[in-house]
Design a protein around this ligand. Structure first.
Ligand code: UDP
Length: 273
């Protein structure tokens, strides 16, 4: 069913065994579009889903984020790092919303005797992203394929670590289904760190694109470095990412090329013609 989790779920829904809560925009442009709604989706929306889990005695999975570390002062980020977050900036609705959600899910689980799992998701990409998602991988691929300017925000020396979606989903399923005691949140992401400049060069080269690189101002509170420490996922779930960035980008570029030819958006790159 399609439902806004900010309003309580209907009472007559079938019983469930597991609830995965991924219901929140995750791209900065989208979560900043209606900041109050984003903060409420993380708080009130999460509570509405927790109430459903409590009714059904279901296991509860919360999609948290590396954003809870803010602009980190510790590198790479382990789960024990408590973060460096602005409470009143443009990213706060999401960062503080997701921080509060971790608290709510944990406390609700203890008070209601529910098993809860919290994953901290680092930057993820892959096929089926929306062309207007606004995040860096899809922006650069669409721009490269359309022959439009590649928009690098700031100097491009900031780093991210990109995880292919299939790896992420495998991590989710392992975390949700393990019956071993999991104490607290678990980072899931790919520790291979890259600068935004390197990502742009790699996508231009792989797409055979002649797009120009242009620089736009760096958004407020944009984290300078981000890389997960995934020792906990490795030890407790025997999980590590299997898809290198090069392979994941190839699959994502192929997806966007297909989508563009299907929708009639004209690709002007040499590779596609
Ligand atoms: N970015 C960029 N150009 C774009 C989109 C994003 O240079 O067209 C930068 C952005 O400023 C950030 C990084 O790429 O430093 C990752 O941004 P994204 O929105 O994908 O995710 P974030 O990690 O910031 O939530």
């Amino acid at each position: 069913m399609e439902h806004d989790i900010n309003t309580p779920l209907p009472e007559d829904l079938p019983e469930v065994q597991q609830v995965y809560n991924l219901a929140c925009p995750a791209s900065p442009v989208h979560y900043q579009y209606d900041r109050v709604k984003t903060a409420l989706t993380c708080s009130l929306g999460t509570l509405n889903l927790l109430n459903k889990a409590a009714r059904d005695k279901a296991r509860f999975f919360q999609a948290s984020t590396s954003e809870i570390y803010g602009d980190p002062e510790v590198h790479p980020q382990t789960e024990s790092y408590r973060g460096n977050v602005n409470t009143v900036g443009p990213r706060s609705c999401y960062d503080e919303g997701k921080r509060f959600a971790e608290t709510l899910v944990t406390d609700f689980g203890v008070q209601h005797g529910l098993t809860t799992r919290i994953v901290r998701i680092f930057n993820t990409y892959g096929p089926r992203m929306h062309p207007d998602d606004g995040r860096v991988v899809s922006n650069f691929i669409v721009q490269a394929l359309m022959g439009e300017d590649i928009t690098i925000y700031g100097s491009g020396e900031q780093t991210r670590s990109f995880c292919f979606v299939d790896d992420l989903v495998e991590g989710f399923i392992r975390l949700m289904n393990t019956n071993d005691g999991i104490d607290g949140p678990v980072n899931i992401g790919n520790p291979q760190e890259t600068t935004v400049n390197q990502l742009a060069e790699q996508i231009l080269q792989m797409a055979g694109s002649r797009s120009r690189i242009v620089h736009h101002p760096l958004p407020v509170d944009d984290p300078r470095r981000r890389k997960p420490d995934i020792s906990r996922a490795l030890q407790q779930l025997n999980w590590s990412p299997q898809v290198p960035l090069q392979d994941g980008l190839a699959r994502t570029i192929a997806y966007f090329m297909d989508e563009m030819s299907r929708s009639g958006r004209k690709s002007t790159n040499a590779f596609a013609s």
